[in-house]
Design a protein around this ligand. Structure first.
Ligand code: PXL
Length: 272
């Protein structure tokens, strides 16, 4: 077989679901990571007709068996990854498969980014239970950087939902952590710890329900890091990208309620 490594491009394994309509997880991660010039390789945890946030009667096809067989095939053809980024899982078993994937494919040079999709607005998503949270904590231990929202950071650390972000960051044991969706007055933003160093970025709060914002952020953050940016400069770059997507989404209301209009922002970057 012809070689598939050493092209000079960064290659990222994206372990996440494909919500075919609705704009979250792989349907945003694939185009965004590609737009940063990295090769995006999808390992779907599930294929859904839509995401679960607002559609009735959505259909889910679980991909647990394929996760194992795809990974085995990639091992067989000696696939190498510069980055492994994880998102939504259907079960604790799938999280264990991702842990094995990281052990099998990552070395000290691999960027492992875990977006611990667990819940939002103070609640664990209805499809998950306590075992799932315990397994997600284990997966996070393998990450160089995690990107929980405030709810997820509280669930990971076992803290009350109103715990200040700085305290959550101190309790998160990963080398680097970015807590998203931190409200302060009319602002919303990110609080981060990179090693021992604390950082923050704030943007104007948009008073509307947004779906998939965390997924767009983690994809852009991954892309920024794969371009060689520092932890902090990648954060400001990804925060600017998400903010631009939110503005374009606001301009498309009320029809565009189901996700971020990230295509508008990618188009601005591509069409000159
Ligand atoms: O945005 C996180 C996410 C990912 N995948 C699916 C979801 C959600 C959040 O609701 O439903 C299928």
């Amino acid at each position: 077989m012809k070689p598939i490594n050493g092209t000079g491009m960064k290659r990222a394994a994206l372990i996440n679901d494909l919500s075919c309509f609705g704009k979250c997880s792989l349907s945003v991660a694939l185009p965004i990571v590609s737009a940063y010039g990295a090769e995006a390789v999808a390992l779907p945890t599930a294929v859904l007709s839509t995401h679960t946030g607002g559609f009735e009667g959505y259909v889910v096809h679980d991909m647990t068996d394929e996760m194992k067989s795809f990974a085995a095939h990639w091992k067989q053809i000696d696939m190498k990854f510069d980055c492994i980024a994880t998102g939504f899982f259907c079960s604790a078993e799938q999280i264990r498969i991702a842990e094995k994937f990281i052990r099998d494919f990552a070395d000290e040079n691999t960027l492992v980014l875990v977006d611990p999709v667990l819940g939002d607005n103070g609640k664990l998503y209805g499809c998950f239970n306590d075992d799932f949270v315990v397994e997600m904590r284990r997966l996070c231990e393998l990450a160089q950087v995690v990107t929980p929202n405030v709810t997820e950071a509280a669930l990971l650390t076992g803290c009350p939902m109103d715990t200040p972000a700085q305290e959550l960051l101190a309790k998160l044991k990963m080398p680097n952590a970015v807590v998203t969706g931190v409200r302060s007055g009319e602002k919303i933003g990110y609080r981060a710890r990179f090693g021992e160093e604390l950082a923050g970025v704030d943007k104007a709060y948009a008073p509307m329900q947004l779906h998939g914002t965390g997924d767009v952020f983690s994809a852009a953050y991954c892309g920024e890091l794969l371009c060689g940016k520092s932890w902090f400069s990648a954060l400001t770059g990804a925060a600017d990208f998400v903010d631009a997507c939110i503005r374009r989404t606001a301009a498309r209301q009320p029809a565009h309620w189901y996700g971020l209009a990230f295509e508008d922002v990618l188009k601005e970057r591509v069409v000159r």
